[in-house]
Design a protein around this ligand. Structure first.
Ligand code: KIV
Ligand code: ZN
Length: 525
């Protein structure tokens, strides 16, 4: 592994509890904030922006509680440039072993004119005064020219220089409204470093209004930024902030491209932090979210599944375990292939080969076409249906169609295949299931008595599979049958035909078939 130079360490400044909490609808109580801060400390973030103490009494007390309880990271409070705000900020964070005051004022023309109603000169003076005041409390002072990416470059640099001269140790460049484009933002960072002299760390704080927060943060790192401000899951004001997990993993996975920059984040804890923040804030993590989304390491397409099963790296650029996501997931759906199907069954304890595998796979594809994603329970039921079915049965169900209603007689048409010949029979009954069974009896010419019938739903949801188990008795011999489908009438017809097929086989062979030595059998390991 290449050595990690100290001056290439990218400080991870987490603002989940400040900018993240500014997401519409999020309001965390003190206990929740402390819980998240402790998880951020375990994650190894360098700085926790714990809140905006002057904003409310609740925010003040939460920052105070975090400063007292959380060990490891520097605890930072946000403050406007008003001196009283800075005093309040310090009061909130002072119990922490390492403290930072982050003070900000807008430098864009529109913000100064319309919001602050201040002249550029007033802004520059106030910025310097605020930094100097904060420095009386702590050696670690960060300054941000709000709306930096829309600020006049020369003026912004004057304010930044005044902040450094007054003692700022970090200059944070906020793309407050998510307006920047990566190449342009990187260039701005590069030019600030050239223009503003002194000993400071340059930082990026990017919002996601154009979906570019992570790209802009990375462009800033490329241009020399050594602090990135980000949040867990990318939550934050409006479209959010740069997602910490994405920034950190991009720098790690593409170390070949970035060269030196590295972070001290314990990436294995990411998958724990993400759902914690999601459940406490009530902000769901989108399924396809990079790194921590539930589909980030899930493969459905057959070609991809085949590749991943052969060598994970064929379709994965990160090891899921490295971000705490366990292992790659093979998701069975209609795009899945035979390899993944057989592999999943093997992991469930079923070894299928030859005809059994082919038959089960065909049934699986039929079901997957109708049901979005098959669960392990669905597969259990499907395999159970196939157990023993490795020898071709006499009849195969081609289709079932039903007709009925409140004032109509339930009618079912069943089409069977018998050695290439289609048998079609329509029958009526008290219900559609009974009509289907009658039609099958007429088509096969086998009569008997249905003694047991039970239908269960395999998994929940309106598209759950119906699992029908029944017994059919002919001349004193009772035979079980099982059928599976998203449609209960079809599942019943399959179960009924399954029992009849078995009866026919027993009759043809003069006794129960021994299938255990046939090549296509299913083993339960
Ligand atoms: O987006 C922003 O400009 C901010 C500042 C307070 C840094 O959050
Ligand atoms: Zn922000």
């Amino acid at each position: 592994m290449a050595t990690q130079a100290a001056n290439d360490r990218v400080v991870i400044f987490d603002t989940t509890l400040r900018d993240g909490e500014q997401s519409p609808g999020i309001s965390l109580d003190q206990g929740e904030k402390v819980e998240i801060a402790e998880q951020l400390a375990r994650l190894g973030v360098d700085v926790i922006e714990a809140g905006f103490p002057v904003a409310s009494q609740g925010d003040f007390e939460a920052v105070q509680a975090i400063a007292a309880a959380v060990d490891g990271p520097t605890i930072c409070g946000l403050s406007r440039t008003a001196l009283a705000d800075i005093d309040r900020c310090w009061e909130a964070i002072q119990a922490a072993p390492r403290t930072r005051i982050h003070t900000f004022i807008a430098t864009s023309e529109i913000h100064m004119r319309e919001k602050l109603r201040m002249t550029p000169e007033q802004v520059r003076t106030e910025a310097a005064a605020a930094v100097a005041h904060a420095r009386q409390y702590t050696d670690d002072v960060e300054f941000s020219p709000e709306d930096a990416s829309r600020s006049d470059f020369d003026f912004m640099c004057e304010v930044l220089q005044a902040a450094v001269d007054a003692g700022a140790t970090t200059l944070n460049i906020p793309d407050t409204v998510g307006f920047a484009i990566p190449a342009e933002f990187g260039e701005r960072i590069r030019r600030i470093r050239e223009r503003v002299t002194g000993d400071y760390v340059i930082s990026a704080h990017c919002h996601n209004d154009l979906g570019l927060a992570v790209a802009n943060s990375l462009a800033a790192v490329e241009a020399g930024a050594r602090q990135v401000e980000c949040t867990v899951n990318g939550i934050g004001e409006r479209a959010g902030n740069a997602a910490m997990e994405e920034v950190v993993m991009a720098l790690q996975v593409r170390g070949d491209f970035y060269g030196g920059p590295w972070t001290a984040i314990n990436t294995g804890k990411m998958a724990r932090a993400s759902p914690m923040v999601s459940s406490l804030t009530g902000y769901p993590v989108q399924y396809n979210k990079a790194v921590v989304g539930r589909n980030a390491f899930a493969h459905e397409a057959g070609i991809h599944q085949h590749g991943v099963l052969a060598k994970r790296e064929t379709y994965e650029i990160m090891d899921p375990a490295a971000v705490g996501q366990g292992e790659s997931q093979i998701v069975l759906g209609k795009h899945s292939g035979r390899h993944a199907f057989a592999d999943t069954l093997r992991k469930m304890g079923y070894e299928l080969h030859g005809d059994a595998l082919n038959q089960a796979f065909t049934r699986f594809k039929e079901l997957a076409d109708r049901k979005v994603q098959l669960t392990e329970e669905d597969l259990e039921a499907l395999v159970a249906e196939e157990v023993g079915d490795t020898v071709r049965y006499k009849y195969t169900l081609v289709s079932v169609s039903c007709h009925g209603g409140t004032n109509e007689t339930p009618t079912t048409t069943v089409v069977l295949d018998q050695d290439g010949t289609k048998l079609e029979v329509t029958a009526t009954g008290d219900g559609m299931v009974e009509a289907a069974c009658t039609a099958i009896k007429q088509a096969t010419g086998i009569d008997g008595r249905l003694t047991d019938y039970a239908v269960t739903s395999v998994t929940g949801g309106v598209d759950a599979l119906a699992d029908v188990v029944l017994r059919f008795e002919v001349d004193g011999h009772s035979m079980p049958g099982r059928g599976l489908s998203t449609d209960v009438v079809e599942a019943s017809a399959r179960a009924f035909l399954n029992a009849i097929n078995r009866i026919v086989r027993v009759a043809d062979h003069g006794g129960p078939a021994d299938r255990s030595n046939r090549p296509g059998h299913i083993d339960t390991i």
